[in-house]
Each structure stands twice: as C-alpha cells, then as structure tokens.
Design a protein around this ligand. Structure first.
Ligand SMILES: *Cc1c(COP(=O)(O)O)cnc(C)c1O
Length: 296
C-alpha cells in the first residue's frame, strides 16, 4: 500500500495524520503548531511543509540522531520552509522546550503526530483500504505489516480495520525505543482512537495489533544488517527504503512471510518518495546548535 504517494508535495505516512491535525488547529483558532521529534524527523518536516501551507507557524524541539545524508536533508528542508527548529539534548529537554513555547495560540502535537487526532487519519486509511478490497483491487489481507515508530499509524489502522469490519490484523515492526513505552503508548492509542471514532465493541480489537521487536537493533535510527539486506531486496523490485523505518519493517515483513506462507500479507509503505531537491535549493546553512545534534 503506497503511502509514499499520499501527496505530490511531500508524501509518506505523516500526511494522513496532518489531514486531521491541521483542520483541528484551524478550527480551534490556533496560529502555531509546537511539536517534537528527532533532528531528521519526517513528522517535523511534514508538519513544517503542510503547516506553512495552511498558514500556521511551525516550531519544533528536536533531539540528537545518528547523522545520515537523509537526516541532514530533512533538517535543511525544515529550515527552508521556515520552521523554527530548537535543539534539545534529550526528550525531557525537548518536553521542557515545548512547555516553554506552548501558549493559547499554539496546538501542541506529540512525537510523530501520534495522538488520537493523528491516528484518526489512519482510521480513514483503513476505510480507504476496505473500499479498495470491495472494488476488487486486492484480496482482503490476513495481515498488514507496517512500521511502528510513535505508533499512530499502526494504532489508527488497527482501530480502523475493526471499525470497517475487516478480518485483517496489524503487525507493527518496532523501530523506536524504549520498546515498553512505544508498545504501551500504541496499545492505549488503539483503544482511544477506536472509541473516538465511535467504536462500541472493544472485543473487535482483540488480537488486532501484534508487535514485533526483533528488528530494532541498537535503537532508533541505528541501521541493522537485516535492514540493509531488506533495502537491497526492495531496491531490486523498484522500492526505495530508508534505514531508520522502512528497511527494518521490510526485514520484518520478509521474515513474517517466510513463517506464514499461506497468508495474504500487505506491506504498508510509509516513506515519502517525493524528491526534496527543489526545496533544498533555498535552504539556509544549518546553525551550529543543530549541527551538534547530528551524531557521527
Ligand atoms: C514516522 C514514520 C513511521 C512511523 O509511523 P508512526 O505512526 O510514528 O508509528 C514509519 N515510516 C516512516 C517513513 C515514518 O516517517
């Protein structure tokens, strides 16, 4: 499922979350979005791009992450579209920064856009999938394999599949740490999103989300050997992956298919495939305070 094609401006899985979050900000009369992420966060970049287009100022507190070319490009693109990016050393520090800069005119959005509002964007996605199944575009999958970072995508899908009356379950491949926190947050988000979307039968959620923790390696943004191999296999099929999210997920998906050869498995692709080059032409230099967050 090509969530890389969610927008011709900048794709990936954050677009659907913002389709819910930005209208909420406007309806509530907010002028700014204040959020957090890693220094090369796709969520921060997507919010910076689409927030600016919606007439909102975007501010983000960002934390260190291993340096890759992709991470540096995302940061430069944040700056190119006019986002205010504030360095923090830890997520606790980032939280303090967010509290300091929040205010009545600001909507505070958590990491990855993974609150109930953002996850409702993936309830929408599950209903889109149900329609595609009905139209015969694909058989009803037994399983969707998707990357699990901050959890909103997997949670929204799990809730949405239950609401749409599909049998499909979600396998979330964890790429962020600590695993206990990510898993707990995501499971709570499944229930809260289901209820917010009008779900009345929580038993429809039983077994709906399985969490796979074998692909994380040394942690968020740290590449793994299996991920590198999965990236090469996908490249042969014309699918471009990244080492932080989708390569780890695809590695998990390949193993899942091997262990369950009779299942219909849908890989849900979450990485934007829109080139950033046009944006980067006008990017200012990266200030030293942010440069220091790129760990080599
Ligand atoms: C943010 C992101 C994810 C993780 O989605 P969550 O909703 O945060 O779990 C997966 N893949 C890519 C490419 C992302 O940018």
């Amino acid at each position: 499922k090509r969530a890389d094609l969610t927008s011709p401006i900048y794709g990936g899985n954050k677009v659907r979350k913002l389709e819910r979050i930005l209208p909420e900000a406007k309806e509530r009369g907010k002028k700014r979005i204040v959020t957090v992420g890693a220094v090369g966060s796709h969520h921060v970049l997507a919010t910076a791009i689409f927030g600016a287009r919606a007439g909102l100022r975007v501010e983000a507190a960002v934390v260190p992450q291993p340096r890759t070319e992709h991470v540096v490009e995302n940061l430069r693109a944040d700056l190119a579209v006019g986002a205010t990016v504030r360095p923090a050393r830890t997520y606790v520090g980032a939280g303090v920064s967010v509290l300091l800069h929040a205010g009545r005119d600001a909507l505070v959005v958590p990491m990855g856009g993974s609150n109930v509002t953002g996850s409702l964007g993936y309830v929408d996605a599950a209903f889109e999938l149900a329609k595609q199944i009905e139209e015969g575009a694909l058989p009803e999958p037994d399983t969707i394999v998707v990357t699990l970072g901050s959890g909103g995508t997997a949670a929204g899908l799990a809730a949405g599949l239950a609401l749409a009356g599909l049998k499909t379950i979600v396998v979330g491949v964890v790429v962020a740490a600590p695993v206990w926190f990510v898993t707990g947050w995501t499971r709570r988000l499944v229930r809260a999103t289901y209820a917010a979307a009008g779900g009345r039968d929580p038993s429809a959620l039983r077994g709906r989300l399985r969490v796979v923790t074998t692909e994380l390696g040394k942690g968020y943004g740290e590449p793994t050997e299996d991920g590198r191999r999965a990236l090469e296999i996908a490249a042969e099929a014309g699918l471009k992956l990244d080492l932080t999210y989708t390569a780890k997920c695809f590695a998990g998906a390949l193993k899942y298919v091997q262990n369950a050869p009779s299942e219909q498995v849908l890989y849900w692709h979450t990485l934007s495939s829109v080139p950033l080059a046009p944006l980067l032409e006008n990017a200012p230099p990266v200030p030293a305070g942010l440069e220091r967050l790129l760990r080599s």
